[in-house]
Design a protein around this ligand. Structure first.
Ligand code: ADP
Ligand code: ASP
Ligand code: MG
Length: 437
């Protein structure tokens, strides 16, 4: 059994839904995970934003426009009037549910309920399309099995048990269909796995059921060796180690949600990245491959803030770093990069929510300075310390770019550079020119 996940663009129109239906039919008893149609989650968040601001007419206008779009998809997708009626009843029920929140008291809990309709609608459309084509598909409602625990992590024992129950009650199916992204929290309330979280849904299901493989189908032919949104002529990487994929996803390669590598890695389940628009393309396989003595890819993570703390004493006293880290821990803020010297330490964070409090507290121990609008450029590959030449090639590529921090040796797979946002595109292109041409 495999888990096949299709992202928003892959199910973004009636034609795309038909193409995906074709791809998933007659491939065995797999579990298919769908994202919301491209643009839907953004529209549902826009509706929620208007409702938070109590601008009900604006919320209703966005709801009506979105509903119109779904009506058109239904019209194009199905051939029989009977299926059109079934699908449109379910979709209109979703829109009426969303409309029921168009009143003054709109909370974050209700936002989660509104946003959850995106994945419910895409799977509804696919369900009826498959049924119209005589595929014995069974719907597995994600809200019945996908749950997070008190730490907002997937509750694996619960998910495994619930999924196994659902599957054992539906053995005659030829295919299972479920929603990505949406879940319940430990209180049973509707919640989600954060933007892009359908990848995590697929990985968690794969891990819970010990799947043979997890396929992530998207709009590009695998993990490219640089960010295709900023660099021309990037190429797909055929194989990645789980750790390499995790570094790339965490440091900005949007094709993969950062959290989705871990469940697959822990259960040693290969993850294959494939292209819905070009299904024959080889894509990328992520597994426990041996290092290949090459640099594989480059990624960039935006909106980074660098904080430098110079110790008030002449030399770094022991205990200084502990005090610094405790402050970040107290303010529940994760550190990405660290560089130390005898007189101070620089760290980076990607959340500025607690920044003012963190700076106030750090000032008790030293002189503090902050750089905003920074970017981490992450070079990933076989960077085990005995291998020579790789770091120097990355450095050589960045010879004309001011580098604020460098981090190397934290893992065997990564060297990271902190630069200014304004130099990001230049740096990504320079790295491609030096490393991949
Ligand atoms: P989906 O909606 O299918 O989840 P995403 O938009 O989340 O798709 O991810 C696919 C996109 O990731 C691609 O269209 C591409 O622009 C972007 N991307 C960023 N970095 C990379 C990379 N290194 N390799 C491939 N795609 C990347
Ligand atoms: N629909 C959600 C989003 O747009 C989840 C996903 O696509 O993975 O973020
Ligand atoms: Mg995605």
């Amino acid at each position: 059994m495999k888990v096949l996940k299709f992202g928003g663009t892959s199910v973004g129109s009636a034609q795309r839904i038909k193409d995906v239906a074709h791809l998933i039919s007659n491939r065995g008893k797999n579990i298919v995970v769908l994202s919301a149609m491209a643009g839907t989650t953004n529209s549902l968040l826009e509706i929620s934003d208007y409702l938070h601001k109590r601008n009900i007419p604006a919320a209703k206008e966005v709801i009506n426009n979105l509903e119109l779009k779904y009506d058109q998809v239904i019209d194009e997708l199905y051939s029989s009037d009977e299926t059109k009626l079934l699908a449109s009843n379910d979709i209109h029920e979703c829109f009426n549910y969303i409309r029921s929140f168009c009143q003054d008291n709109f909370t974050l809990f209700e936002e989660k309920e509104v946003v959850s309709r995106g994945e419910i609608m895409s799977t509804t459309l696919m369900f009826y399309y498959l049924r119209e084509h005589q595929i014995d598909v069974i719907a597995l409602p994600a809200l019945d099995f996908m749950r997070t625990d008190k730490n907002s992590e997937p509750d694996m024992p619960y998910i495994k048990q619930k999924l196994e129950d659902l599957l054992s009650r539906n053995t005659k199916a030829s295919l299972y269909l479920t929603q990505g992204y949406i879940c319940r929290n430990s209180y049973g309330e509707i919640d989600n796995l954060r933007r892009g979280g359908s990848d995590l849904t697929a990985s968690v299901i794969g891990a819970a059921l010990g799947a043979d493989e997890i396929e992530i189908w998207t709009d590009i032919d695998g993990m490219h060796n640089n960010d295709p949104r900023y660099v021309e002529g990037t190429k797909p990487v055929s194989e990645l180690h789980f750790e390499e994929a995790a570094e790339l996803a965490y440091f900005g390669a949007k094709i993969l949600h950062p959290t989705c590598v871990l469940p697959a890695k822990l259960n040693n389940i290969p993850v294959r990245l494939l292209n819905t628009m070009d299904p024959k393309a080889a894509g990328t396989v992520i597994y426990n491959t041996l290092p290949s003595h090459t640099i594989k890819a480059v990624a960039a993570k935006d909106d980074i803030t660098a904080i430098k703390i110079k110790s008030s004493r002449m030399l770094l006293a022991y205990g200084f770093l502990r005090k610094v880290f405790e402050i970040f821990e107290e303010h529940k803020t994760a550190i990405d990069m660290i560089a130390t010297s005898e007189v101070g330490v620089s760290v980076t964070v990607d959340s500025t929510k607690e920044l003012d409090h963190i700076i106030d507290d750090l000032k008790k121990f030293g002189t503090v300075s902050v750089d905003h609008d920074m970017v981490i450029i992450c070079v990933v590959g076989d960077l085990e310390w005995h291998n020579t030449g790789f770091e120097s090639r990355a450095m050589e590529a960045l010879r004309d770019i001011p580098v604020r921090m460098i981090s190397y040796g934290g893992s065997n797979y990564n060297i990271s550079f902190l630069i200014s946002k304004d130099d990001k595109i230049r740096a990504l292109n320079a790295l491609s020119d030096t490393l991949f041409k």
